[in-house]
Design a protein around this ligand. Sequence first.
Ligand code: G6P
Length: 486
Amino acid sequence: MVRQSSLVVVANRLPLDDNAAPDGACEWRRSPGGLASALHAILQSTPATWVGWGGGTGDAPDMPDIGRLRIRPIALSQAELAGYYEGFANSTLWPLYHDAVEQPVFDRGWWETYRAVNRRFAEAAAAVAEPRAAVWVQDYHLQLVPAMLRELRPDLLIGFFLHVPFPPPELFMQLPRRVELLRGMLGADLVGFQRPQAAHNVAQLATKLLGAAATDDQIVLPTPGGDRVVRTGAFPVSIDVAEMSALAARPDVMNHARQLRTDLGQPKRVLLSVDRLDYTKGIEHRLTAYSELLRDGRVKVRDTVMVQVAVPSRERVESYQTLRDRIEGEVGRINGEYGRVGEPAIHYLNQSFDRADLAALYQTADVMVVTPLRDGMNLVAKEFVAARADGTGALVLSEFAGAAAEFENAFLVNPHDVDGLKATLLEAMDARPGDLANRMGSMRDHLNRHDIVRWARDYLATLDHSGRIVELIPRPRTPSVPVPLV
Ligand code: G6P
């Protein structure tokens, strides 16, 4: 018998990732990326069901509950992975939604697979949702699910949240399937975005493409059964602040941070970047700026080191493979030109790190450099702030990350402007401790008041005015349940 829940979350990824070991055995790891971490933090203590993909192909694996959270895995075949995930989601929508910083690919074959996989997710969610349950659909992979679910289960309350930017209308209009994609998303009762501009863009498109009457917080859609109201709004996502603060305060993590500094040769300054290896993250622009600072003699390898963590991501997608080649070529060039024996200019790590190791790295950094060309939010910036209870450390942050709207006291920068980026890096490196403490203090105040629990509760309270659903998300923070290794 199918177990049903009153809250169902539907996201492409489950919080655990099925990484097949070289001998073919199944090895679960925490999923990469901010979305899975953020949702995992709130849902582990919530009686809900998470519908998602476990990262492998073939039959869906059996997965145990995590805390109070039930897991409902979705199977993907190799061909579906190629057409739905690597294709339409990550080679068409992802680059287009990020200002087309990489050319989106319009392949007519991918659409049918995207639609079929969205239907599978919708059917799975419909099967595990209690009568009048709330179903909360996440991100660009599943943009057709809200309308499909409404057809299958008109009794449900349906939410959709887009973690990535929603592009300006001129860009969205390039999509051959723009009407279906817009209608799919607007199948929800409430569509949430990271920033208000996204709701404005969708309102313009709904007016133009669907003949709706739209404002920035409401879209009235004409349908054969009469008008239907879709609410929209900005709900900036956040992190589990308590988890990162607790990790950063652990004695073993603090020792590890000190050890890292020793391993780096006790430099005067450590610059750190932590990104998924993705062309939206501005890694190449950052390397250019840093190598020019070395060339100009403004930064000396002897007293400054840069650590670039580039977490492997979407490795079968060609644009990610060529990006990796370019980055590694550039890191090699910079180290070849400016490094010394035992003193590389850049420490480049193409690996995943666990949460405790990340917390140690965040504490080791004097300057955290987060300079995406476009980013829905960027939770690394928030994690860094959460890890710096002592008020030290500078955050250099791209104006094009959603987090910039909340961290006005970061060293904000336009990453496309290499000269501006160089100047801002120097400013952050040379800032007075008092200035840094003021900036960090105000960012920490903001973050402490806006953590992931608040995000989920704000969203769910807006979706469901009765208050029935929001009460499923515990108000006081409960300690994190570690991800079980199975
Ligand atoms: C971004 C997306 C998420 C995604 C994450 C990791 O943050 O908004 O939906 O899960 O990247 O990417 P991946 O392709 O590994 O799921």
